[in-house]
Design a protein around this ligand. Structure first.
Ligand SMILES: Nc1ncnc2c1ncn2[C@@H]1O[C@H](COP(=O)(O)OP(=O)(O)OP(=O)(O)O)[C@@H](O)[C@H]1O
Ligand SMILES: [Mg+2]
Length: 360
């Protein structure tokens, strides 16, 4: 079960020695600006994925007067996850008392999605975040995906090293081309299969949420090369260009999702709030697909929902999240802002955050 029943956070930003026992439904973290609400969500996200949703470096997360940040969670069913990150050393991650060399087991056990004021960046930002979005879904429904993705990355890295040499060894490049094509085919197949299931469910939900331009929105998955041709042939034909750039220009590392309304990019048409609805619906769709495919529900971290959303849209998003039945953590300054937006009456726990601790 992906439900946190105990969370302890030490030395993450302004939080020192926080212990909470969240409930399996809706947990509201409320408090003044700067009290530490987002930092609690950040701690959960860090534990679940090894990454923050606020910064690419982990150093700023460690409290400025401490050397080591620690996050611990016990899940319903008893499994425990512990993470420590010090300034000078690599992190230590433990799952059920076993040291982990990467986040694969933990990420599978604790699937988390964040909805925050930067959510619209999924549309506006570069393709990397959209690939990460797609691969999050594929990772959870297809176990072999990680290995194929690792093989793809390794082949591209080795190929790029060869491409950068003064007189590239063409036979070695060909050898990596073959390896890359085998892995890329599987990565593309898995992404395409996931996208084919994702899209109709997303559109159904987006219509239900009264999403803007629902009839003219077109979302496509682009594999990263012309899939009308064999990748092997594409790599061969583009070899001179790749050598000139010193980098592989075609392949699954160039995949993307495109969003269009008519001839325009959706991001150039939709308002900020409308983009948030779209992205929130995408993330909720992933949560639904996860629970359909596995006996597991995604934890939703909802930070500062009111920003740029009107009452009806806040209510639509929260009702959808609540109806999915997973654990939710929602932050707000005034608790009334969230209570107003909850049309159903889910079981709630409230935590008042004050200067990095819980006071009620
Ligand atoms: N490395 C750090 N060490 C100590 N304090 C930090 C560190 N990084 C950030 N802070 C402080 O931690 C506090 C918590 O910030 P956080 O973003 O969690 O607050 P918040 O409750 O979400 O506020 P808001 O309502 O404005 O979103 C801030 O006061 C910030 O200045
Ligand atoms: Mg905040």
């Amino acid at each position: 079960m992906s439900i946190i029943e105990k969370l302890s956070v030490t030395a993450v930003r302004n939080i020192d020695g926080l212990d909470i026992e969240p409930i399996p439904t809706v947990n509201i973290l409320h408090g003044e600006n700067g009290s530490g609400k987002t930092s609690i969500l950040e701690s959960i996200h860090l534990l679940a994925s090894g990454r923050s949703f606020r910064t690419s470096k982990l150093e700023p997360l460690i409290s400025s007067d401490k050397d080591e940040a620690i996050v611990f969670a016990r899940l319903v069913g008893g499994k425990e996850i512990g993470l420590s990150k010090s300034r000078r050393q690599k992190h230590h991650l433990k799952f059920i008392s076993e040291k982990q060399t990467n986040w694969e087991n933990v990420a599978r056990e604790l699937p988390c999605q964040i909805l925050d004021s930067n959510s619209f960046l999924l549309l506006e930002g570069g393709p990397k975040s959209r690939r990460q979005f797609l691969d999050w879904g594929v990772f959870h429904v297809e176990h072999g995906f990680v290995e194929n993705w690792r093989r793809t990355k390794k082949s591209i890295a080795n190929r790029n090293l060869l491409l950068k040499q003064r007189s590239p060894d063409l036979s070695q490049i060909s050898a990596w081309d073959s390896e890359l094509c085998l892995a890329a085919k599987e990565v593309h197949r898995a992404r395409q299969e996931y996208f084919d299931v994702f899209l109709p469910l997303f559109l159904e939900l987006y219509r239900k949420m009264n999403g803007a331009e629902v009839d003219s929105l077109v979302i496509d998955y682009a594999s990263g090369w012309d899939t009308g041709r064999e990748l092997q042939d594409v790599l061969m034909d583009n070899r001179d260009i790749d050598i000139r750039y010193g980098a592989t220009q075609n392949g699954p590392h160039r995949a993307d999702l495109t969003f269009k309304i008519g001839r325009n990019r959706a991001v150039d048409i939709l308002s900020r709030g409308q983009q948030k609805i779209l992205v929130s619906t995408m993330k909720i769709t992933q949560g639904l697909l996860l629970s359909q495919a596995l006996d597991r529900k995604c934890i939703f971290l909802v930070d500062d929902l009111p920003s740029e959303l009107d009452h009806d849209n806040r209510e639509a998003i929260l009702s959808q999240l609540v109806s999915m039945g997973g654990q939710i953590f929602v932050t707000c300054v005034e608790i009334s802002g969230i209570l107003d937006s909850l049309s159903s009456q889910p079981k709630l726990a409230t935590f008042h955050v004050e200067r990095g601790t819980i006071t009620a």
